[in-house]
Design a protein around this ligand. Structure first.
Ligand code: ADP
Ligand code: MG
Ligand code: MG
Length: 877
């Protein structure tokens, strides 16, 4: 039986084989085919990695044989022999997944050395110092990377020897010193592992390859994959490559370079190198590297050749390249090339420049910027210089991006107060709740001890575009003492701290922040995105302030205006509570009367901010307990306001307790019980629209959205109240006003019966937060507690509240669209869950044929770009 191919020589691969060979392997193969000088080698494929796991974490003989066969081929090409004393072949072992992935195993260099081959290498190169320098590096890397022995143990020995002979740099060590170091290193290995350092090169090689495969599943890699949407079943490849040496003297060296500046995007070569050095010496900061342009003086021919190849590579890949190279005794080798990582600013400049240079089309340019990256352009950042000397005191979850600096306050009231006094404040809480909203609005940044990426603090902060570090268990908050402790230090009320919501770092001092510069490139680029995309982008906004912000970011309407958020205001909550605890309709109407003018004003503000753009207003939705007074003090006060007894009110509050509020008396169910709530809200919506229409020329068509519908009769019931109320007001006004009534699709039963529901609904908006919650059967407030176990056990790869579960929840969305359109071909379809700002979910919604996505204001540019990319990848009419 012909066995499956698991190992590929570089000359057998190419760039299109990235999935099989990993990014590094595919590009080494591509460079080989382009005739670029690359040390030859072979790639053990990602399929071999998958097989390794299938076979119970074992490299089976079939794969090992193929590795040895390729090794034979490599010996022929290089005219060297693995393990030979006269002419030893040495290799590097390098991991390389489909996408570059920190957390994977580090590279091992000089593999194949042992007490005999090192002598051969010394004789062959006539350079004993070099041979032993390579050997001590190998022993350290193998011990650290493959065996997990702490590399500090080796570094300490190195430092001791250097100190004892008064050497400043590694390069000052003579071969006798290096020999001594090698012996000491081997002693460490023996002590730690209980056996001698493996002398047999083939054993070394198989151990190294196995270690790369097993590093695919180390905890760091798993976390990185989840944060970056990388599926666990991709696996990694391993590259085995013959060594070239940058540590052979003054005409040798090693370096890294970019074809353009990765920070600014400037079109000029950018990089660093070190003479007489190997591998990671450049990044390790042992000696200060030289700027790449200095190579022109040191080794002019190499420099010229390097520049030519770099520019060819950029033209070939049509993207900025990040390259690694080594020069061995005046001969240049390329060791890696890949599309370079870059800042958001650089990404925009490079994309726009490459279009004007004629290198790429606008469509190609659109695909070159990661939508998530745009975020960093919309938020303040730390001053780079000040950041360098700042000390990190704790790390939490990067819940909402941006940088913030201010004085610490521990309650929402104090945060608000000091904000009004003109201070910049950071709100530090155990966790936040809806009552903290005003303090959160006042704060530059929010720090919480508990709660995940979808906790209240995180969701609200992202919505407002406020920096937030959540779930920072490193710190201990003692609210009563107005202090928090970390590493034995206390930070008191009024002390300065700084937060980085992009990394999750907390700094125990003030760091200057700078406002983002939205450069011309940004505008040009987003203009192209808007030309290309067909799906509209709306925003979720509850206040005129958010609405205006979103319009600045390019929002084309409001897809979700949550009316309840307006109810949390300090001066309104009593009336809201009164409405909830009212025993009789009459009393409820009285409370609603108080709320009506406030709500009408809210909508007037929103209509004015949005001008002609469509606005979808959702009727009261949340579980009631979010509004109920819990403290006796508050109950007392409310009872007084309402003229009833404390005991009576307390009983009412208790009777409203729900075991599962998320699935309790909320959404349209409230209107079924208390139609007067929908009546009041309709009144506010319609009167506000008429008012603004009269004063301004805007063409307002209110879209009223009924939440939590699961049954057509439920919708029919609520709609009847809305329509009769609205029509009466419009008729009495003597004006004309069109309006739509639609529903959220957020309960699986609604999706399943969408053909029925569409009979009564002018539009659907998918509430994918609740739809996800109800499809999975776990609440987003509680899932944080156990989802980690699901990631560890590889049951789920990602958080379905952040990235839509396309397979399951997505199937419901698709089905509801098809059923809805069958009944009502022109039904308008949108989505307003958190997923509306998630690029891969946006792509799914484009492919599903939705008319728009709606997301928080700061996500609008992200969604605009993601929608354009989706159109480029899969054009829709
Ligand atoms: P990473 O993915 O962390 O960049 P690499 O596999 O690219 O790791 O290896 C890091 C460095 O090791 C390279 O930049 C190069 O300097 C050195 N290196 C790797 N393979 C070889 C080789 N065959 N010959 C010489 N140096 C090598
Ligand atoms: Mg590299
Ligand atoms: Mg909902």
């Amino acid at each position: 039986m012909e066995s499956k191919k698991y190992v590929y020589l570089f000359r057998e691969g190419n760039a299109s084989m990235r999935n099989l060979l990993g990014g590094k392997g595919a590009n080494l193969a591509e460079m080989t085919n382009l005739g670029i000088p690359v040390p030859q080698g072979f790639t053990v494929s990602t399929e071999a990695c998958t097989k390794y796991y299938e076979d119970g974490k074992k490299l089976v003989e079939e794969v090992v044989d193929q590795i040895y066969n390729s090794l034979n081929e490599l010996e022929k090409v290089t005219e060297k022999k693995f393990g030979s004393i006269d002419n030893p072949l040495l290799v590097s072992v390098r991991s390389g997944a489909r996408v570059s992935m920190p957390g994977m195993m580090d590279t091992i260099l000089n593999l194949g050395l042992n007490d005999q081959t090192v002598e051969g290498l010394a004789r062959l190169t006539n350079n004993e110092r070099f041979a032993y320098d390579s050997y001590r590096r190998f022993i350290q890397m193998f011990s650290d990377v493959v065996m997990g022995i702490d590399k500090r143990k080796f570094e300490d020995v190195l430092d001791e020897v250097k100190e004892s002979i008064g050497a400043k740099f590694d390069t000052d060590l003579k071969s006798s010193d290096l020999k001594l170091i090698v012996n000491k290193f081997k002693e460490i290995y023996k002590k730690e592992m209980g056996e001698d350092f493996p002398e047999e090169p083939r054993k070394q090689l198989i151990a190294a390859i196995t270690a790369v495969f097993s590093s695919w599943d180390n905890p760091r890699a798993i976390v990185y994959r989840r944060l970056n949407d990388i599926p666990g079943d991709w696996g990694t490849a391993v590259n085995v490559q013959s060594m070239v040496f940058g540590n052979m003297g003054q005409t040798s060296g090693t370096g890294v370079a970019f074809t353009r500046n990765p920070a600014t995007g400037e079109n000029a070569i950018f990089g660093e190198y070190l003479i007489n050095a190997q591998g990671e010496d450049v990044v390790a900061g042992i000696r200060t590297p030289q700027p790449i342009t200095k190579l022109k003086e040191d080794l002019p021919e190499c420099y010229e050749q390097f520049i030519n190849i770099a520019s060819n590579l950029e033209n070939h890949y049509k993207d900025m390249q990040d390259m690694e190279f080594t020069i061995e005794q005046g001969k240049l080798y390329f060791l890696q090339t890949r599309n370079g990582k870059r800042t958001a600013q650089a990404a925009l400049k490079i994309a726009v420049d490459m279009v004007s240079e004629g290198l790429i089309t606008k469509e190609e340019a659109i695909l070159k910027v990661d939508p998530k990256q745009l975020d960093t352009l919309l938020h303040p950042n730390f001053d780079v210089e000040e950041l360098k000397s700042a000390k990190v005191i704790a790390k939490g979850l990067p819940a909402s991006p941006g940088a913030a600096c201010g004085k610490v306050y521990f309650t929402a009231e104090e945060a608000k107060l000091h904000h009004e006094l003109g201070e910049k404040v950071i709100l530090v809480r155990q966790e936040t709740s809806p009552e903290d909203i005003e303090g959160m609005v006042a704060a530059e940044g929010i720090l919480t001890v508990r709660g995940g990426m979808t906790s209240h603090a995180a969701v609200v902060a992202r919505g407002m575009g406020t920096c937030c570090v959540a779930g920072c268990g490193d710190i201990k908050v003692i609210e009563a003492k107005r202090t928090f402790e970390v590493n034995g230090e206390s930070y008191n009320e009024g002390d300065y701290i700084s937060l980085d919501g992009t990394t999750g770092y907390v700094y125990g001092q003030a760091i200057k922040t700078v406002d983002p510069e939205i450069s011309g490139y940004f505008g040009t680029f987003m203009g192209w995105a808007d030309e290309l995309r067909v799906m509209k982008v709306r925003t979720n906004a509850d206040t005129p302030r958010d609405a205006r912000q979103a319009v600045k970011f390019g929002a084309e309407g409001i897809g979700l205006c949550r009316t309840e958020h307006m109810f949390f205001d300090e001066d309104r909550i009593p009336a809201v509570r009164e409405m909830i605890v009212a025993d009789a309709e009459e009393q409820r109407r009285k409370a609603l009367e108080k709320l009506l003018p406030m709500q009408r004003e809210d909508f007037i503000g929103i209509y004015e901010a949005m001008e002609d753009r469509p606005v979808t207003i959702r009727f009261l939705d949340p579980p009631l307990h979010e509004f109920l007074p819990t403290e006796d003090e508050d109950i007392e006060e409310l009872a007084k306001d309402m003229g009833i007894s404390f005991e009576h009110l307390k009983l009412t509050v208790e009777s409203l307790h729900e075991f599962n509020p998320m699935m309790g008396h909320r959404g349209c169910r409230l209107t079924v019980s208390y139609p007067e709530i929908a009546e009041m809200q309709t009144r506010a919506v319609i009167e506000a629209a008429l008012d603004v229409k009269k004063r301004k020329e805007y063409n307002i068509v209110p879209e009223i959205m009924i939440p939590l519908i699961g049954e057509i009769k439920e919708l029919a019931f609520v709609k009847e109240i809305v329509v009769s109320t609205a029509d009466e007001i419009i008729a009495n006004s003597g004006m004309e006003l069109k309006y739509h009534v639609g529903t959220m699709i957020e309960i699986p039963r609604a999706a399943i019966t969408a053909d029925e529901i569409a009979k009564e609904a002018d539009f659907f908006s998918f509430g994918t937060n609740d739809l996800t919650q109800m499809s999975f059967g776990f609440s987003r407030d509680d899932a944080g507690k156990f989802l980690n176990d699901y990631y560890d056990k590889k049951i789920y790869d990602f958080d379905p509240f952040q990235k839509l579960d396309q397979f399951g929840v997505g199937k419901l969305v698709k089905m509801a669209c098809e059923l809805g359109r069958k009944t009502r071909p022109d039904i308008k379809l949108g989505i307003c869950g958190e997923h509306g700002g998630d690029p891969s979910s946006v792509e799914f919604f484009h492919n599903t044929g939705l008319n728009y996505v709606s997301c928080s204001p700061f996500r609008v540019p992200v969604a605009r770009l993601a929608a354009a990319q989706a159109q480029v990848k899969n054009p829709r009419k």
